[in-house]
Structures are given as structure tokens and as C-alpha cells.
Ligand binder design. Structure first.
Ligand SMILES: NC(=O)c1ccc[n+]([C@@H]2O[C@H](COP(=O)([O-])OP(=O)(O)OC[C@H]3O[C@@H](n4cnc5c(N)ncnc54)[C@H](O)[C@@H]3O)[C@@H](O)[C@H]2O)c1
Length: 257
């Protein structure tokens, strides 16, 4: 790699939105260090991206493990160069009614979505502070904005990611580090395919103004834009809903009355 090639770390890099972001960044001339806890998927990704001549390197690590994250981040910096971008896409979720949500489920979702995001952001931001700044995108969700049914644990975790994003933007701006969040609506990924029943799909399709699920590539484009210093240098502390208009809609049925 040349010393000018920007390097980004992507978590949840072996599936869905993370994997689409890796592809979009490589197409945009970035190098990528990918982290995922699924070691089989990491091995597949390393094989898939072999042809990119070392521009994409994947490591198996759990983002809730501070030591594993520190090792991965140091390894990417040594192998690829100074870190200029981070997309925190690793996350877990499920739909569970409030009264059926247990403290164990609540803790598990917060441990990955909030604590894990914080651990990776802190490690990468420390590297960026040493090397002149960069840009971070935390993947939140529309479930962290309005109150979606069944999302007490997941929605609260994504609400925390949104607040964490704003506070990081406030504290890290002085180091030339921009921090934004992307809040996806329903996106066709393995996570959604595992959890969305036909009834859930129908409801989303009725409430999303564009009447369809989004693609992982559409989220990846927003991530690349927010990492790209040439296009978004004055944007920080923002929460960008990429949701087909879901969070803008109110009553949608009047045209059918
Ligand atoms: N798909 C959607 O509709 C949607 C909507 C809003 C927000 N999101 C968010 O987007 C992000 C990506 O979701 P996706 O739909 O691509 O899901 P996905 O399940 O396809 O990908 C998530 C990846 O994260 C990895 N991961 C999970 N926990 C991890 C951990 N502790 N350490 C390391 N890696 C871990 C998984 O192994 C997986 O490869 C998540 O934060 C999710 O909450 C998704």
C-alpha cells in the first residue's frame, strides 16, 4: 500500500452492512481492516479479498474483548498504516415484547451494541488522535429513534449509540476526529432474514415511504460518504437516518380513505 492510501477499520465486517461497507471502501481506494467474531466468516472473507493484494485484512475478534480489540487495532495499524476511518457495524438484535425481555437479554444486547462499540471506538480514536484525526461512523438504527414495538433492549441500546456518537463528536472534534451515526431502517441482511416474519415485513413495507427494504449497499454508500474527508469534512455529531423515509412518516393511510 502507498503511504497515502487511507485505512479504515470495519467491525461486523464479515456480513451484511459491514461486508458491503468493506466492498464499497475498497472500490473507493481505501484499505480495510475487518473485525468479526465469526471466525468461519472471517476465513471466507480473507479468501474472497485475497485478490485485492493485501488491501483488506480480516481478523477474528469479539468487540467486547478489550485485549482482542487492542491487538486487532494495533495489527491493522502496523500492517496497513495510520487509521483514518472506523465503521462500527457489529451488532446483535432481536424482537422481544417488554414483559418477555429478561435482564440477561438486555445485558447481552447492550454488551455488544453499546460496550463493544465504545471499546472499538476508544481504541481506534486513540490511534487517530496520535496520527492527526479521522472519521468514525457508528451504526445505530431507527429503533433508537421512535419507539418500535418489541425493541426495549435493542432500541435502548441504539439510543445509547446515538448519544455516545454525539458525546464523542463533542470530545473528539478538537483532535480532528469527526463522529457521526447512520441509523438504518429495515435492510435486507442475514440479521433481518433471521428475525423478520412475513407480518413484520408487511408492516415495514407499509410504513417505509419508499415501500421497500433497503440494501446493505445503500447503507455502505452513506458510510463511505461520512468517512470521506473530501465530501463530508464539515459534518460531525449528526445522526443520518437511511431508512426510506420511515422516521419522517406519520399517518400514511389517508390516500386510501
Ligand atoms: N439489517 C437491518 O435492518 C438493520 C437496521 C438497523 C440497524 N442495523 C444495525 O446494523 C449493524 C449490522 O447489522 P447487519 O444487518 O449487517 O447484521 P449481520 O448479522 O448481517 O452482521 C453483523 C455482523 O456482526 C458480527 N458480530 C456480532 N456481534 C459481534 C461481536 N461481539 N464482535 C464482533 N463481531 C460481532 C456478526 O458475526 C456479523 O457478522 C448492526 O449494528 C445492526 O444493529 C441493521
Amino acid at each position: 500500500m502507498t503511504s497515502q492510501t487511507p485505512v479504515a477499520v470495519i467491525t461486523g465486517a464479515a456480513s451484511g452492512i459491514g461486508l458491503a461497507t468493506v466492498r464499497a471502501l475498497l472500490a473507493g481506494g481505501w484499505c480495510v481492516g475487518g473485525v468479526d467474531r465469526d471466525s468461519d466468516a472471517v476465513a471466507r472473507a480473507n479468501r474472497e479479498f485475497e485478490t485485492h493484494g493485501g488491501a483488506a485484512v480480516f481478523r477474528a475478534a469479539d468487540i467486547t474483548d478489550e485485549t482482542a480489540v487492542a491487538d486487532a487495532v494495533a495489527g491493522f495499524e502496523a500492517e496497513l498504516g495510520p487509521l483514518k476511518g472506523l465503521v462500527n457495524s457489529a451488532g446483535i438484535g432481536r424482537d422481544t415484547p417488554f414483559f418477555e425481555t429478561t435482564p440477561a437479554m438486555f445485558r447481552q444486547i447492550h454488551e455488544v451494541n453499546v460496550v463493544g462499540t465504545f471499546i472499538v471506538a476508544k481504541a481506534v480514536a486513540a490511534a487517530m488522535r496520535r496520527t492527526g484525526g479521522g472519521a468514525i461512523v457508528n451504526i445505530a438504527s431507527v429503533s433508537g429513534l421512535p419507539g418500535n414495538i418489541g425493541r426495549s433492549a435493542y432500541g435502548a441500546s441504539k439510543g445509547a449509540v446515538i448519544t455516545l456518537t454525539r458525546i464523542m463528536a463533542v470530545e473528539l472534534g478538537r483532535y480532528g476526529i469527526r463522529v457521526n451515526a447512520v441509523a438504518p431502517g429495515p435492510i435486507e441482511t442475514p440479521m433481518v432474514q433471521a428475525h423478520h416474519t412475513p407480518a413484520v415485513r408487511q408492516e415495514w413495507n407499509e410504513r417505509v415511504l419508499l415501500r421497500r427494504y433497503g440494501t446493505a449497499e445503500e447503507i455502505a454508500e452513506a458510510n463511505v460518504f461520512l468517512l470521506d474527508e473530501a465530501r463530508s469534512a464539515y459534518i460531525t455529531g449528526q445522526i443520518l437516518a437511511v431508512d426510506g423515509g420511515f422516521t419522517t412518516g406519520g399517518l400514511l393511510g389517508l390516500d386510501r380513505a
